[in-house]
Design a protein around this ligand. Sequence first.
Ligand SMILES: CC(C)(COP(=O)(O)OP(=O)(O)OC[C@H]1O[C@@H](n2cnc3c(N)ncnc32)[C@H](O)[C@@H]1OP(=O)(O)O)[C@@H](O)C(=O)NCCC(=O)NCCS
Length: 193
Amino acid sequence: MPRVRLPITTDRLVLRSLRPGDERHVFAYRSVPDVVRYIPGEPKTLEQVQDMVAERATAGRIEPSHPICTLAVELDGRVIGDVLLHLDGPDGHDGRQAEIGWVLAPDMQGMGYATEAAEALVRVAFDELGVHRVWAQLDGENDASARICERLGMRREAYFQQGSWFKGQWTDLAVYAVRADEWAARESKAGDH
Ligand SMILES: CC(C)(COP(=O)(O)OP(=O)(O)OC[C@H]1O[C@@H](n2cnc3c(N)ncnc32)[C@H](O)[C@@H]1OP(=O)(O)O)[C@@H](O)C(=O)NCCC(=O)NCCS
């Protein structure tokens, strides 16, 4: 599987590795209870954010030897969120599938940035990493994330009622996915316009 060089740029955003100096921006959203409501873990302390940035700052590329990749979403020099690409399998080779995820600072929501970042990541997963399927798992109540999946042409493949024990309670779990052939058809249709 080939590697992807960073950064990835979109019309408005730069997706790049986290790096020292990002801590203050990342803390500003990762410490907010509402932001982490549907993602694993409690609101982060500054120290935890410092560890997170230090641990994930090293990968200047996406490749199977780094199967879990968290990228900073940068807008005009500010890290406004992060996106995740998790290549399945112990070394990223097995299923050639990738899980994606996203988080955005509250004051940056409602402007399409998460969709724009996720779309770029999905494109890289299919076009450069050659994965067969991209998928996401969401809390059943996470409507904003479900809308992102739908905007990306992902299909709701499963809905597990109270299928997840999450943060001390049973919650619904939705699984969305798009296959490479579906993505190619979507891209080709978009190219026709
Ligand atoms: C999930 C999350 C990233 C969604 O944020 P979001 O701002 O709704 O998503 P986007 O940035 O893609 O913005 C899309 C919205 O902006 C609107 N928008 C405004 N201007 C836009 C533009 N220029 N381009 C595209 N969309 C635009 C869209 O209509 C859409 O609104 P709608 O969903 O009400 O129809 C955010 O709620 C979040 O960080 N939640 C906490 C973390 C989380 O739950 N992560 C997912 C775990 S699975």
